[in-house]
Design a protein around this ligand. Structure first.
Ligand SMILES: [Zn+2]
Length: 209
């Protein structure tokens, strides 16, 4: 099933629909992207990168790699296949970004990754689209076992089969209830009929187009 997800992502990413928008980046072009530091830059520097660029902006903390509390969510449709891809700082999920230092922290991470693996339940679509969960892929933060790592991102891709995918017009999430550290999800909806953008928040956890 992983290949299925990858195929959809590759197709859509290759079409450049995501890279055209500032809020996301394609896997193929991130090296050249202005946002190239989004996921990977933290791993390029071994020392004190997490202190130089920190500053307050409103309530959310920005770092060179990402913003705490802010996730990126992309809905991508290819025929009957619908994928939701979430990338979010691990801080927003389990509250810290260093390698786990005790059993309790290891347990929190394990539990959260399991929750994400069963994460189709965090999302719902309008019933007319007739979507059923198919598969999931959860990418652990690369620095999870590196004592020097910080500012880790977690990515999860959930795949649905939607018999009436052309009827898709609503997305709702309960992620904010499960993970109260998440403040906002910058959301891109990429349908064969067109693309839409928006924000999901605890107060407005639903998007229609
Ligand atoms: Zn961080």
């Amino acid at each position: 099933m992983k290949t299925q997800i990858t195929a959809i992502a590759a197709l859509l990413f290759a079409a450049n629909v995501i890279a055209a928008d500032h809020s996301h980046e394609s896997h193929s072009s991130h090296a050249e992207s202005a946002h190239a530091n989004h996921q990977h830059d933290a791993h390029d520097h071994d020392h004190d990168h997490d202190h130089d660029h920190d500053h307050h902006d409103g309530e959310m903390l920005h770092f060179e790699g990402h913003t705490h509390g802010l996730g990126e969510l992309a809905l991508m449709q290819d025929q009957q296949q619908v994928m939701l891809s979430l990338t979010i700082p691990s801080e927003s999920l389990w509250g810290f970004e260093h390698a786990p230092q005790n059993d309790e922290q290891r347990a929190v991470i394990d539990r959260t990754l399991k929750q994400l693996t069963a994460g189709h339940r965090f999302f719902s679509f309008n019933a007319a689209a007739a979507c059923t969960p198919v598969s999931v892929e959860v990418l652990k933060p690369e620095g999870l076992n590196n004592p020097d790592a910080s500012h880790m991102d977690v990515t999860a891709n959930w795949l649905w089969q939607c018999q009436q995918a052309e009827q898709l017009q609503q997305l709702q999430t309960s992620l904010f209830k499960h993970y109260p550290r998440i403040e906002k999800l910058q959301t891109q909806v990429l349908l064969q009929s067109g693309s839409h953008g928006g924000e999901l928040t605890a107060k407005q956890p639903q998007l229609e187009w």
